[in-house]
Design a protein around this ligand. Structure first.
Ligand code: 5GP
Length: 193
């Protein structure tokens, strides 16, 4: 059984998502953006964010493979499910759970840009900034978090823990015990938004 350390309580997530919703609503005044949720990790964030945005908008879903059974990014991203909407000449806001190395977002961004959107931005609940290996623009960030493997509020560890109402960090020894390699070194338990 893995040990999970509380990193961001549900009440803080709720407050921050409302703030993001207000900021996005103000930036998209008079527009009708399409929110593209990256499955599966961002499903709870999307559900709360869509209710915190008061400009008319649509939602759609994109599914990509990222880590598979490992917790280490390979940089190889596969499209599992494509959008149902034509995003040409649309204002697109991608909704992500976490930007880590940035490889997944770079792949998605380049892919969506070929479809000719009017604008393309990303809102990510979590930003593990210190692990970035590629320089990609990240427009809206819920929380900058330290270099820990996190679960909860949509994020999983081997398909578990998505239902936790908070963000928690898996104990490093839990990851080692399970034979999973994760090149995280940060022990810091501080974060900012
Ligand atoms: P990147 O390509 O930026 O390295 O990773 C992006 C994807 O990796 C995220 O969408 C998420 O699926 C996964 N990921 C990165 N860090 C974590 C983490 O700490 N916990 C979990 N559950 N997934 C993560």
């Amino acid at each position: 059984m893995e040990r999970i350390e509380l990193l961001i309580p549900g009440s803080k997530i709720e407050a921050r998502v409302k703030e993001l919703g207000r900021e996005i609503s103000s930036d998209y005044q008079g527009m009708k953006p399409i929110l593209v949720s990256i499955l599966k990790g961002s499903f709870l964030f999307l559900a709360d964010l869509t209710r915190a945005i008061d400009v008319p908008h649509e939602i759609d879903f994109l599914s990509v493979s990222s880590y598979g059974s490992s917790t280490q990014s390979t940089g190889v991203v596969r499209l599992l499910k494509d959008l149902g909407t034509n995003i040409g000449d649309r204002d697109v806001l991608v909704v992500e759970d976490i930007v880590d190395t940035g490889l997944t977002w770079r792949y998605i961004r380049n892919n969506l840009l070929t479809r000719g959107p009017t604008s393309l931005r990303i809102v990510t609940l979590l930003d593990k900034r210190e692990r970035r290996v590629v320089d990609v623009p990240v427009d809206y960030v819920g929380f900058v978090i330290p270099d820990r493997f996190v679960v909860g509020y949509g994020l999983d560890y081997q398909e578990r823990y998505r239902n936790l109402p908070y963000i928690g960090a898996l104990d490093d020894s839990s990851l080692q015990d399970s034979g999973v390699s994760y090149q995280g070194s940060g022990k810091e338990n501080d974060f900012k938004n």
